[in-house]
Ligand binder design. Structure first.
Ligand code: ATP
Length: 346
């Protein structure tokens, strides 16, 4: 029996998560052995109890579930975002989810803001290290001085890069390491050293390194030339948000995080790339596609290839029929898109 923990979270998180339950029900109706438990972690829970994710609750997730479906966290009532840090970063770091996978495969040409590009010409996968870099939340603020530290460990870099090399070797596409080793000499110097070591293990992969700023420019000018991109936490975050723009916007992009070395029973977490978007929460305008595609990535992770492919195709069919939320210039609500996808699945 596969056990999935569902954490809808804050803002539009619960709205986009609502549509996931019928998809899980559908997989179960097809004979998949799946059960799920929904948890209240997020801003309300924190404000009511003073607790984000206790050690006991974390251990429960880690040891008695196989994967987590996560909506979004972030709430204007907690401006410093400490509940979000303690929840999402704790899960990413505590479960050693070093690999964050963010694919970019647009469905429709009208979603791509670049001219003369067809959806099948863009197939880019970002592998972002998910636990370290400048997002490790170490630093200090003094009167007139602020310091953020960026921590990079060889272990996390190796786990991330080995996964990216493996993927690139299966796809016969270039692997590009995005870095700024010319200025971030220590951290990104280590990335380059390990990248070169792995190049020797994967001679068939067309591996290259690029300065991240130049890469972003090249991505806009000629996305066709890229396949797999590997990056640290910060650069991977920026790169994948740019690529979300090629898919129709923040609401369209899915992500999967996992621990290839499988240190615990719970070794994967699936969440849309977007955040809690408080500006549109409760209005019905949230695009649920990123969350639905993240569910498809969960199915793939479980080895349920047919369910994963059918769910992905169902999203394409719904979008092609013109059912879409306002961010895609459509007039459907979040719930209408969710229902349309479930209906296509049957
Ligand atoms: P985080 O740092 O947590 O990723 P963020 O500050 O990058 O958060 P988001 O919450 O992702 O911000 O939202 C940025 C903007 O994109 C929102 O203000 C919202 O207008 C839009 N947006 C995000 N997600 C969606 C969605 N699912 N549907 C429609 N619009 C969205």
């Amino acid at each position: 029996m596969i056990r999935v923990a569902i954490i809808p979270g804050d803002g539009i998180g619960p709205e986009v998560m609502t549509g996931v339950i019928p998809l899980l029900d559908w997989s179960r109706a097809r004979g998949r052995e799946l059960e799920w438990v929904t948890f209240p972690y997020g801003a309300d829970h924190f404000l009511n109890t003073g607790e984000t994710l206790s050690d006991r609750h974390f251990a429960d997730l880690r040891d008695t579930f196989d994967a987590i479906l996560f909506g979004a966290v972030g709430d204007t009532r907690i401006p410093d975002g400490r509940h979000a840090e303690q929840l999402l970063l704790r899960l990413r770091q505590g479960l050693e989810l070093h690999v964050n996978f963010r694919p970019c495969r647009p469905f429709l040409a009208i979603h791509i803001p670049l001219k003369d590009l067809q959806p099948d010409e863009i197939d880019i996968e970002v592998f972002r290290e998910n636990t370290e870099g400048p997002y490790c939340l170490r630093g200090r603020t003094e009167e007139e001085l602020a310091v953020d530290e960026a921590v990079h460990t060889a272990r996390a870099i190796r786990i991330l890069l080995a996964t990216a090399f493996e993927q690139a070797s299966g796809r016969a596409c270039p692997l590009t390491l995005a870095q700024k080793a010319n200025v971030l000499k220590h951290g990104h110097g280590l990335w380059i050293r390990i990248f070169k070591e792995l190049c020797a293990d994967y001679p068939s992969v067309a591996a290259e390194t690029m300065h991240a700023d130049a890469l972003l420019c090249a991505l806009v000018q000629n996305p066709r030339r890229f396949g797999v991109i590997a990056a640290d936490n910060f650069i991977g975050d920026l790169t994948s948000d740019l690529l979300a723009g090629f898919q129709g916007g923040m609401g369209m992009a899915p992500s999967a995080s996992w621990a290839p070395h499988r240190p615990f029973r719970c070794n994967a977490l699936f969440e849309p790339v977007h955040g809690s978007a408080p500006d549109i929460a409760g209005t019905g305008k949230a695009n649920p596609v990123g969350m639905i595609l993240s569910t498809s990535l969960l199915f793939r992770h479980l080895g349920w290839e047919e369910e994963a492919a059918r769910l992905h195709q169902a999203v394409g069919e719904v979008l092609r029929s013109g059912i879409a939320t306002p961010d895609l210039a459509g007039s459907a609500t979040c719930q209408e898109v969710q229902r349309a996808v479930a209906k296509v699945l049957g």
